[in-house]
Design a protein around this ligand. Structure first.
Ligand code: ADP
Length: 519
């Protein structure tokens, strides 16, 4: 395999740096063979080599992280921190800047749990499965919130604003207190953690003065070595609905019916409205139905829907808490659908004592949604396109039609969902592809750019994006000649004068590498 180096660094300088890292972590934790490097590639990327790392180094403690960061400053080696590196669709374990050294924190797996308050203090290597096992083993009366593919880490997911399905599903908003290694190696604790031995580090988010937790989310200002996270008390009951809708245009009224219930706080988690392919892509694969290129014709879509009895859209929601409350909420929810035509509306009911519902609704880690990467056959992958929309049915429907037409124009199968926040909609679209289909892969970049451009014209920005498009998306946040990007970069240069930490992350480039920005 070819060796990749960051701009301005020679192979012998990199080797010296790696030897210095090895003196901190031990030889076995500097990972620089071809196989090692291959492990850290983004296997879902259109061009894996665009973000190939030089090597990886895996420290075991915040002190080791700090020592490596200091050496990285000395040797001018860019580092890219990952927790478990499973951020597929957005870049996996790979760095934005080719030739960076991946700082793999997956060996750091400590969990501290405050049983009284239901808060966990976790290190970056703690996966959703690890925390789940810990909760089961200690019989703790708390439920996690997990993302659809739960193979990543609690820390990494919250740092990229990943979401789950319970009332605690907006993970980044449940962060409470962090320990962070700054780009020059200093270790700080945020919020109440700034007081030595404060018993409230995981209880009160802000501390005194400016609150910094969100400054370390989707940024390149620090390496999080511990994160506080709130968990949901195990509810007495979980009731809800699975609803199927027949027509694509139903989307408008569904949002106008459920949106107000979200604003009023009656529905407390984010119901997600997904199209037929989101359901079908984990049940079957395209080759069973159609063998021609281009988007699937309506007749095939109808046949797939019929076989699995799925709507054009499906909506799932759950209510948590004492049975008196969840039953009342169910009634109010059902009443809101009075007089509306739905294909089917199935009630879901779980009470303490029932066997656990093994689903993300119950905070149980799952990985089966990853199956959708095999939709086309071949080496599958996907990239996520996720603009934020206002909570408005008409605008959502318009955005859907715009997006759907683009999928058809570029010959791709539409895979979209609308998750209803309290005041906004996160419109997650997956672009599923087959990396062995050269023709299809050639279309992906132009398609993605068209989607970003269309959304931008309406003032809809992405909440998260793949490494390839971080500059493109950062440029759409353009008020006052990109004043926010300039602020972000002023802070970056102040905290990280050598530009060693995750250069280019979220479009934020330190001066040292500003020539690497592209559009
Ligand atoms: P996961 O562990 O869920 O797979 P990743 O490790 O892929 O998550 O990280 C998701 C994103 O968050 C990446 O952009 C990564 O650079 C960033 N990130 C992950 N862990 C940390 C950390 N401990 N400190 C700072 N940034 C991090």
């Amino acid at each position: 395999m070819q060796r990749y180096l960051p701009p301005g660094l020679t192979a012998s300088e990199m080797d010296r740096a790696l030897r210095a890292f090895a003196a901190v972590v031990g030889d076995e934790w500097v990972l620089a063979t071809d196989t090692d490097r291959d492990t850290y590639l983004d296997h879902f990327a259109v061009d894996e080599s665009a973000h190939a790392p030089a090597a990886a180094v895996a420290p075991f403690s915040a002190e080791e992280v700090s020592a490596i960061v200091k050496l990285a400053n000395e040797f001018k080696v860019p580092l890219w921190p990952i927790s478990r590196g499973k951020n597929f669709g957005y870049g996996g374990a790979s760095p934005r800047l080719r030739g960076s050294v991946v700082l793999d924190l997956s060996r750091m797996k400590k969990i501290e749990f405050d049983i009284e308050n239901g808060t966990a203090l976790v290190e970056p290597g703690v996966g959703f499965y690890d925390l789940y096992d810990y909760i089961q083993e200690h019989k703790l009366p708390f439920w996690m919130s997990v993302p659809g593919n739960s193979w990543g880490s609690v820390v990494g997911n919250a740092l990229d604003r990943g979401v789950g399905y319970t009332t605690y599903g907006d993970h980044t908003s449940r962060i409470c207190g962090m320990e962070v290694v700054l780009p020059e190696g200093e270790i700080v604790r945020t919020g109440m953690g700034a007081m030595s031995n404060a018993p409230t580090w995981q209880a009160y988010r802000y501390g005194f003065g400016p609150a910094w937790d969100q400054m370390f989310v989707q940024s390149n200002y620090g390496i999080v070595t511990k994160m506080g996270m709130w968990l949901m008390p195990a509810p007495e009951s979980m009731l809800g609905f699975e609803i199927e809708f027949d027509k694509a245009d139903d989307l408008e009224w569904i949002i106008d019916v459920v949106g107000p219930l979200r604003r009023e706080g009656i529905v407390q988690q984010a119901p997600s409205i997904g199209n037929w392919l989101r359901a079908a892509a984990v049940l079957t694969s395209r080759t069973e139905w159609y063998d021609k290129p281009g988007a699937l014709p309506e007749s095939v879509i109808d046949a797939i829907r019929k076989r699995f009895n799925i709507g054009w859209w499906g909506l799932s929601t759950r209510f948590y808490g004492p049975l008196d409350i969840t039953e009342a909420t169910s009634k109010v929810f059902e009443r809101a659908f009075n007089g509306r035509s739905v294909m089917s509306m199935k009630r879901v009911r779980w009470e303490q004592g029932d066997p656990p519902e093994l689903s993300a609704w119950a905070g149980v880690p799952i990985t089966f949604p990853l199956q959708n990467a095999s939709w086309h056959g071949g080496r599958g992958g996907h990239v996520g396109f996720s603009p934020v929309l206002p909570m408005n049915g008409r605008r959502a429907l318009e955005q859907f039609h715009r997006t759907y037409d683009r999928y058809n124009e570029f010959g791709m199968d539409y895979h979209g969902s609308f998750a209803l926040g309290e005041r906004h909609i996160t419109n997650v679209n997956q672009v599923l592809f087959n990396k062995d289909d050269k023709d299809m892969m050639k279309r992906v970049d132009g398609f993605f750019r068209a989607l970003v451009n269309d959304a931008n014209e309406k003032g809809y920005g992405e909440y998260r994006t793949h490494l390839d498009y971080m500059d493109l998306v950062a440029n759409t946040y353009d008020f006052n000649d990109k004043a926010l990007l300039r602020l972000n970069e002023r802070v970056k240069n102040a905290l990280d004068p050598n530009g060693i930490l995750a250069p280019g992350k979220s479009g934020i480039w330190p001066t040292r590498y500003s020539g690497e920005r592209h559009s």
